[in-house]
Design a protein around this ligand. Sequence first.
Ligand SMILES: Cc1ncc(COP(=O)(O)O)c(C=O)c1O
Length: 395
Amino acid sequence: MRVPLLDLSEQYRVLADPIRAQLDEVLASQSFILGPKVAAFEEAIRGYCGAPHAIGVSSGTDALLALLMALEIGPGAAVITSAYSFFATAGCIARVGATPVLIDINPETYNICPAALERFLTESCRRGEDGSLCTRAGETIRAILPVHLFGLCCEMNAIHQISEFFQIDVIEDAAQAIGAEYPFGGATAKAGTMSEAGCFSFYPSKNLGAAGDAGMVLCRDEALAQRLRVCRQHGMEPRYYHHFIGGNFRLDEIQAAILAVKMPFLDGWSAARRAVADFYREEFTRVGLTSHLSIPVEPYRERGLTNHHIYHQYVIRTPRRDSLREHLTRKEIGTAIYYPLGLHEQECFSYLGYNEGDFPETERAAQETLALPMYPELSHEAQRYVAEAVSEFFA
Ligand SMILES: Cc1ncc(COP(=O)(O)O)c(C=O)c1O
């Protein structure tokens, strides 16, 4: 039996008619960029997440880039983030001329470790002459950028406690976590709304995926929202008058229209992903595999949250990862490694001066983690086949 890591064809089969109708409507309107479909989709995401402002952009990468540019983060600044993330998180910090400062992860959640963050700020930073917090190299720490990896929110209460103590802004990389909930203070908050601003990706493989690239920034502050709207059009306002340097970060009507068709299904899809995760967990536990491999933790499940995890990826870990992967490949089961290197190990970041061993949990995760097939339409038969193939390997 062939089981791909992800298969979007069933989702399209169900939604093909309304999606085609939307395509026809956009094509008939000949309005392709930043029109009514973008405005409607922004409003849908804004309302769903409970954020004051939503600005549609061209990708998750551009959401991060536009946000950093709008915040005027650049040379001389540092932004703290996780050592274990997709490249774009640190890549965008570097692209605006700032320095990515990396922090190790919690080995259970794969998200930035608040204790390591606090240790870094306490032991490796100092107050500059103007009172701002600086790295040893003298860069001003402008923001902490936690990444809600695989669809599980970071420990935002602890992160905010630290950020408030050190008076640093927080912005979220929620690219993989749309709809994920967190017990924030006494309330429930969604990923991307627990700080000054949050970024989403609607890359096709995301829980809410476009038919191409798309992204969004959520933010609290009206002035920042306005700056982002201007930033996504080359810093232009009014036409051909440029106040600052932005970029072409515009979201197009076709992507927004398709995403708006899919949007009402998002929570159902995330619930279906959780059901797949429940099945994997029950099976791996039932056959006694949990002494051989680690399965995803669900730290917020008991808090009564619906979307306590949205399982953008279902990631297990074992020191025998590579041979398990080969075994599953032989069984025609798709898997992936997110990610084979920590960000500090990427060649392009060698100038940051990190060494092997600097982030041991990140390095171990990069060696041991493996994503298994996960999508809402994954059949029971396929789930069972995957679980049996994993058990067979460890038998
Ligand atoms: C954590 C993270 N940040 C940023 C991005 C960038 O998003 P995009 O691919 O839409 O540019 C991704 C996308 O994969 C991501 O996973």
